[in-house]
Ligand binder design. Sequence first.
Ligand code: HAM
Length: 429
Amino acid sequence: MSSPKFQAPPGTHDVLAPESDRWQHLVALFAQHAARAGFGLLQTPMFEDIGVFQRMGEGTDVVRKEMYEFEDRAGRHLALRPEGTASVVRAFNQHHPIVPWKAWYVTPCFRYEKSQAGRYRQHHQLGCEILGTSDPDADVEVIVFLRDFYAALGLERVDLVINSMGLVEDRQRYVEVLRTWLTERIGDLADDDRENAQRHPMRVLDSKRRQTREITSSAPKLADSLSGDAIAHFDRVQSGLASQGIPFVVDQRLVRGLDYYNHTTFEFQAGALDAAQNTIGGGGRYDGLAESLGGKSAPGVGFGSGIERILLACDAEETFTGPDTRLDVFVIDTTGGTEARDLVIELRRAGVRADRAFDQKSMKAQMKNADRSGAIVGLIVGPDERDAGSVAFRELRNRDSEQVTIDRREVVGSVLSHLGTARDSFLSP
Ligand code: HAM
């Protein structure tokens, strides 16, 4: 088959059923967890004034190199959202909700990345943010939330890595020390890391290049620049995780790609995925972000977790295979379609998942459709059944079952009792 002229752009994907059912199910489960923990759904526009994202930190690749920017017809400079947190904080500044404000979201994010397995130009994040509290227990809460969510999906091979960036001032002080230290060794770093040594020195610690890692193994440590308050905050986070029995590793190299973090940062890495794209979720505290977006000072903490990567990890661990969305009933009508048309409507109104073929296909073709649909029950109406006011009933998933004839008026009741589930009609109040 020749490929059509138009395809989804590189790094983007169409998600068809049944995979899309799995997505829906994942989001529904997340919504359930979020509601249980007191988070409300926040919906914000997919694009914002570009300043909203630029204020997150001009040093980050996400902002500097990867943003989808455009001008609208009135000349406003806008950008598609590369991540979720900045919009949440912008909305917080705009609406002044009562604090602590707990918001969750599900959103596409756009980054002009080199696309590969697990790294896309449009990916989708589930996220939670808590604004208006600097309590380290809020950090514990979001980390434990995310871990419990992964566990609910059946993921077992997920490692938690945490770090502390300290107070905003600690981080700033450390960045200067590190910049100077790296500049003195610039020639020894891998070529691709040299630019970051100036622009975003902490990113160099995170480099995967061996040459750079050897040099930075003796770099000044952020832990040595932490103030007493930062150490106390981080201790409380660690003891909170320990009291929940959650294993974690403190990794000084965990810097994260975004500039706005202070205090706690964390990532969940899926053991079943390739190391380059194994971070299925990450987040941390960003106490300076509300202010840098022009609002009053308000601390915040949260996470974002990529749906595609979560599902890749689920595939690799053979868990969370998705809901069974197969049909209950397939109606086969060889009398012209009127019986099928009316019967599926009746069944659907009674809450049964029912479908039919169109275009007056042959019996054989309709049976094929019925088999492919995975339906439990086949209802067959030929001229004999129609004239007798009956319907033939057949169990499609059980080859040995006998076909039985039932009264047309009793079809819905028979189907419901066969399915064994007391279904509520979705038309009932
Ligand atoms: P992030 O680490 O940039 O953080 O992204 C969060 C998650 O989104 C990643 O752990 C990964 O699962 C997924 N992700 C990121 N980029 C891609 C991509 N190109 N393709 C596929 N998946 C991707 C944030 O975005 C922060 N807003 C998280 C946060 C919330 N921090 C505090 N609150």
